[in-house]
Design a protein around this ligand. Structure first.
Ligand SMILES: [Zn+2]
Length: 626
């Protein structure tokens, strides 16, 4: 009756035996199978296992492996019938906006129109699984389905390939261990003493795992724009797994390149990171047209091989490495990676970009790991001068700056990145307006920022406690986004605020908008992003009033305010506060992701203050952890 996971391996046989021993016949289990890092229990009676979660928890405790409940293929209704059943359970026919089916996992993502429909359907989730044979995930519908459609097309069309992929990855993860003394090293491939192209290779005597694989967006020379994996001599399929910390291109932008050159393994990231990084990778090839270093097909392969994992859960990703992703407070879905190596031999935390300070959209980075011996620490604001005003102060400064311009009828431009800081600012401006602190005619948001804001409204479980509370209290306009207006073509934006990329004013809509207001002394440019050396935005911040942007020279006659304090990276003091929390068990801190001499300065400061061994390696260097 049961398909065994694999034959001839005693550990696996023990796992199977334990599962079988614990499951009564009512569980209706027909198949037990590896599914990437999980063990999938396929059942004809999903109600029984879903209602007896304690049984599944006991199993997880005894086999020390994560279990997912899947429905047996034979009980799954057709997509048409499933849609009909769903509609019959809704109050209004228009409640369900779209359903995407994932046959490899037997999951259906149901996008609904409002919070009420979401609550109603979530309450009958088990009934629906029983009636349709599909496990359902309910989400608010996005303004734009494009990226979800694109991802689902791949998952749907290539489901046979994915079933095989999941099985093979499972067998690889749960393969026999080599045994012997545990060894662990990291090799610095990118993002050390620089910002962009973040990539770290973790090598143990059993496995090889890549942490991030980013790109330097404004660097044209390939050798300096992508991680130096060439120095490792590794074949693509020597790599067991890739962990992506968050969607920014500096951390995920070169990932499709690995697939172009033959990588066929898994990519682990949080659920929101997948659509966010895919959207930015698509944008990247559109911007680079014929010069792009990878194609749409390579991005499709990223989708096919991605395995989203929930923060806070420990997951086996190779025979001797267990991964836990935890909120890093930087952008939606951003995560630090906690890697448990061997049998409690070593614990490594890679913070990636993190915020240990107050934000509106997201909670503080998680710091209370059970154990951390080595920390790889984001040094974006590693210099002693990188100390920003408190968030409260920053909000007062922003409010005053906006009001002084609105009072004389001016226009306000805030150049921001497409993802992260921009959504934080959208929610902040909405909140300030809601509280009556600012009263612009319009808050205009460029389209790509608006699209990314969608993800914040869909993956609400990743938002700050305050915003989640507003949602669960069914407060009107819980994310303060309803009054934001998409930035259209021709418009009169007097007495209005406009948010547009890019923050550096090198290109993008912010440049067009700046050219509209730069002559007008009653208008204002507000710079809130971290300065990037030699860019127009930084030159203006430093006082230059004639700047060359593209082929044009702009004379800046409008007012300019630089308002730090909104950064989605920890400032110098916040970085030290985070280290201070982790201090008792730390043996070593390795600084990365810092421009100029920031990695060096931060390493020196930490060593002096906390008496912890620190290193600030460069690309090519390798560091022994164990
Ligand atoms: Zn980032």
């Amino acid at each position: 009756m049961f398909d065994r996971v694999s034959e001839g391996h005693s550990t696996n046989q023990n796992i199977m035996a334990t599962i079988l021993r614990h499951l009564p016949s009512e569980s209706g289990v027909t198949k037990i199978e590896y599914e990437g890092p999980y063990i999938g229990l396929y059942t004809k009676n999903p109600r029984y296992l879903l209602e007896h979660q304690e049984l599944v928890s006991q199993l997880v405790n005894s086999i020390k492996k994560r279990i997912v409940i899947r429905t047996d293929n034979s009980i799954r209704s057709s997509e048409r019938v499933t849609r009909q059943i769903l509609n019959s359970k809704c109050i209004s026919k228009s409640d369900v906006s779209e359903v995407f089916f994932d046959p490899a996992l037997g999951e259906a993502t149901v996008f609904v129109n409002d919070q009420n429909a979401l609550s109603t359907l979530s309450q009958i989730n088990i009934d629906l699984a029983e009636m349709t044979g599909w496990r359902m995930i309910f989400r608010r519908k996005p303004r734009n389905f494009k990226i979800f459609k694109e991802i689902n097309d791949i998952l749907n069309k290539r489901s046979d390939e994915r079933i095989l992929f999941y099985k093979q990855i499972g067998e690889k993860i749960f393969r026999s261990k080599l045994g012997g003394v545990t060894e662990a090293n990291i090799v610095c491939l990118g993002g050390f003493n620089e910002i962009g192209r973040s990539a770290i290779l973790l090598i143990t005597h059993e496995s090889k795992v890549l942490l991030d694989f980013g790109i330097k967006v404004y660097e044209n020379e390939n050798l300096n724009s992508i991680p130096r994996i060439d120095i490792t001599g590794l074949g693509m399929n020597d790599i067991d797994a890739i962990v992506i910390s968050h969607g920014h291109l500096g951390h995920s932008g070169a990932l499709p390149l690995l697939f172009k050159y033959g990588y066929e393994g898994p990519v682990y990231c949080t659920e929101p990171t997948l659509p966010l990084m895919i959207a930015l990778q698509h944008q990247f090839i559109l911007t680079h047209k014929n010069n792009s270093i990878y194609s749409r097909n390579d991005i499709d392969d990223v989708i096919l091989h991605s395995i989203p994992i929930n923060p806070g859960f420990v997951t086996d990703i190779s025979p001797d490495i267990r991964l836990m992703l935890t909120n890093s407070g930087h952008i939606l879905g951003s995560a630090s990676a906690h890697l448990h190596i061997g049998n409690g031999d070593h614990n490594l935390v890679y913070t990636s970009d993190f915020k240990f300070g107050m934000m509106v959209a997201l909670d503080n980075a998680i710091w209370n790991f059970p154990r951390v011996e080595t920390l790889i620490l984001d040094s974006t604001n590693g210099s002693r001068e990188d100390i920003f005003p408190s968030r409260e102060e920053a909000e007062i400064n922003l409010t005053n700056s906006i009001n002084s311009t609105l009072a004389i009828g001016g226009r306000i431009l805030i150049p921001v990145p497409e993802l992260g800081l921009s959504q934080e600012l959208c929610i902040t401006l909405g909140m300030l307006r809601n509280a009556g602190k600012i009263n612009p005619d319009n808050i205009l948001i460029e389209e790509s920022i608006m699209d990314n804001l969608d993800f914040y409204e869909i993956y609400t479980e990743y938002l700050s406690k305050n915003l989640k509370q507003r949602i669960s209290n069914c407060e009107k306009d819980p994310l303060f986004t309803e009054s934001l207006v998409p930035l259209g073509g021709k418009l009169d934006w007097s007495k209005s605020i406009a948010l547009a990329p890019s923050p550096t004013l090198i290109d993008g809509k912010s440049v067009t908008l700046l050219s509209q207001i730069c002559d007008d002394p009653s208008s204002k440019l507000i710079i809130i992003s971290n300065p990037v050396p030699f860019t127009p935005s930084t030159k203006i911040m430093e006082g230059e009033r004639e700047v060359c942007i593209g082929k044009k020279v702009l004379e800046i006659k409008c007012a300019v305010d630089a308002l730090p304090g909104f950064s989605s990276h920890s400032d110098y003091n916040q970085t030290l506060a985070y280290v201070s929390r982790l201090k008792p068990k730390l043996r070593k801190i390795i600084t990365n992701h810092g421009s100029g001499n920031r990695c060096h300065v931060l390493a020196t400061s930490i060593n002096k203050i906390f008496k912890i061994q620190t290193q600030h390696p460069s690309i090519h260097e390798s560091i022994r952890l164990l």
